[in-house]
Design a binder for this molecule. Structure first.
Ligand SMILES: O=CC(=O)O
Length: 339
């Protein structure tokens, strides 16, 4: 790893804070509140260019062109792509630090080709995401959100009018992606006497649950699919019409991975026509867009990509980001390297 610690000079009168030191520059590439993950600190061996003002990167470079070659690392998040076009703006970039576990917004092949290192969130969010997956499953099965809105709307206790849910205990669960999050989900559902099986790129010798080499087979043999895998060319629309039909009318899909894992148009059709029983969705195919047809379905529980939104996860990722940057600019091994 060759951390670039070139001395740089800054002559702009831009409103963006100028760097007047010899530390490598970091650009925070994300939405307005994203800077909470990386606040300036005198112990840092790097300098944050835009700690409180997060202009879009292309706009920042357009108004501060001399900074194009002063940025040595970026902190990025989902919905803020790091593709060839972005990398072209930053000829001195050495490190892309993702604040997420899913890194489908980063063009890894292009980073590799340019010798740029990439880090992710590692294991930071696995427990929270697994908790959310189980929460969504319980909610869909036992209609907790529907019950809540039923009671609030009717303002009376009238449980005989309420539709029956479906028992979770003992269900056959298919986990898609038996990585860090998938195994946390499985551990939790064992406490409900669920029978776990899984699909993954490869069968894992350390895992004793039954393995299915295709998601279609997994769906055929289970009541519930929980999607915990990464989104890439191999997994895009891994849950298609055939898989949903195989899961069947009582089947439930929970997605805490990425929206693109499911053919969302088919999912909508299957939910509306009762081809599957229900869905718990934390992610959507074209975020931040959420298909409005979902809002009127009471066999669906929706969450705005919020599985990682806990104070513990936020503290955890701040630490991981900071440690990766510190390590990189001290020529030490990265904490959560991807490439
Ligand atoms: O979605 C959140 C993540 O990938 O960390």
């Amino acid at each position: 790893m060759a951390a670039n610690q070139n001395v740089k000079t800054s002559t702009t009168s831009s409103s963006i804070q100028q760097s007047q030191n010899i530390l490598p520059n970091i650009f925070i590439h994300g939405p307005p509140k994203f800077s909470i993950f990386l606040q300036p600190n005198p112990s840092h061996n790097f300098h944050i260019l835009n700690p409180s003002c997060l202009p879009p990167l292309h706009q920042f470079i357009a108004t501060n062109p001399h900074h194009a070659s002063s940025i040595h690392a970026i902190l990025c998040t989902t919905l803020f792509p790091v593709n060839a076009e972005v990398l072209d703006l930053l000829p001195s970039l050495r490190l892309v630090c993702a604040s997420t576990a899913g890194i489908n917004h980063i063009d890894l092949a292009e980073c590799k080709r340019r010798g740029i290192h990439v880090t992710d969130a590692g294991n930071t969010f696995s427990e929270d995401v697994a908790d959310m997956a189980v929460g969504l499953l319980i909610d869909v099965s036992r209609k907790i959100s529907v019950a809540d809105s039923f009671l609030r709307r009717k303002l009376q206790h009238a449980s005989w009018d309420f539709p029956l849910g479906s028992k979770l205990t003992g269900k056959k669960i298919g986990v898609v992606g038996m990585g860090r999050i998938g195994s946390e989900v499985a551990t939790r559902l064992e406490a409900f006497s669920c029978k776990i099986s899984y699909n993954s790129r490869n069968k894992k010798s350390s895992i004793s649950y039954p393995f299915y080499s295709s998601v279609l087979e997994l769906a055929t043999n289970t009541n519930v699919l929980i999607l915990c895998c990464a989104l890439n060319d191999e997994t895009r629309h891994i849950v298609n019409k055939q898989v949903m039909l195989a899961l069947g009318k009582g089947g439930i899909i929970v997605n805490v991975g990425r929206g693109g894992l499911i053919d969302e148009k088919e999912l909508l059709r299957c939910l509306i026509e009762g081809e599957i029983g229900g869905a718990g969705l934390d992610v959507f195919e074209n975020e931040p867009h959420v298909p409005k047809e979902l809002f009127s379905l009471d066999n669906v529980v929706l969450s705005p990509h919020a599985a990682v939104l806990t104070s513990e996860s936020f503290n955890g990722i701040s630490k991981v980001v900071e440690e990766n940057l510190k390590a990189f600019f001290s020529n030490k091994p990265l904490i959560t390297p991807v490439i």
